[in-house]
Design a protein around this ligand. Structure first.
Ligand SMILES: [Zn+2]
Length: 200
């Protein structure tokens, strides 16, 4: 007896085999290779897989908000392909952590799960170096500090060494990536290279 598990492409709904995540067509559209864009900020250099639009945007949202946590493999591939394109080397891989609120809502650290998959592929250890400052630590801040902390306040969990690869999903103003990179450099990292799935 042949057992058939119903499964459909997260992006377009087409019927696909049981263990696939996306249909071939969506996968081909999604993986056209990293865009030739590098941003150099005061704290780091940033590489991107694509623009935050169409299928790439859909797959990020389905992963983060749609409960499709298996898509971490697809997003890890985007990060991995970006790293391969630029063949930059680093000593440790880390990620921009989810905020406490997001962690409570989703129950998982979105970039942490992706970092683990990437780490396996590239045989470089991933270490949780940064965490979101607990909401309780915001008490006693001035109004100005509290406003600044809205977009995410981070603290270091461990001392970084060498060149650190920092991964994140969507790069908009770069405030988060720069904040995390600055923390890493001030704590002893030699260099920070950031890889983001999408550039808004
Ligand atoms: Zn599809």
């Amino acid at each position: 007896m042949k057992v058939v598990f119903p499964n459909s492409c997260v992006l377009c709904g087409r019927t696909i085999s049981a263990f696939s995540l996306l249909c071939e067509e969506c996968e081909a559209k999604l993986f056209r290779g990293p865009i030739p864009l590098v941003e150099k900020t005061k704290w780091c250099e940033v590489y991107f897989y694509g623009r935050y639009e169409s299928l790439l945007r859909d797959v990020i949202l389905a992963y983060k908000n749609g409960g499709h946590w298996r898509l971490r493999k697809i997003l890890a591939r985007a990060i991995f392909e970006t790293m391969s394109r630029y063949s930059t080397s680093f000593d440790v891989l880390t990620w921009v952590p989810s905020s406490f609120k997001a962690l409570e809502e989703r129950g998982f650290d979105t970039m942490g799960m992706i970092a683990k998959v990437v780490s396996k592929n590239i045989h470089t250890k991933c270490v949780s170096l940064i965490e979101s400052a607990a909401p309780s630590t915001k008490r006693g801040l001035t109004r100005q500090q509290r406003r600044e902390s809205v977009r995410g306040m981070f603290v270091l969990k461990a001392k970084p060494r060498g060149t650190v690869a920092l991964i994140d999903d969507v790069y908009t103003t770069g405030a988060t990536i720069n904040e995390c990179s600055k923390l890493l450099l001030q704590a002893g990292a030699e260099k920070v290279i950031a890889y983001c799935i999408a550039r808004a």
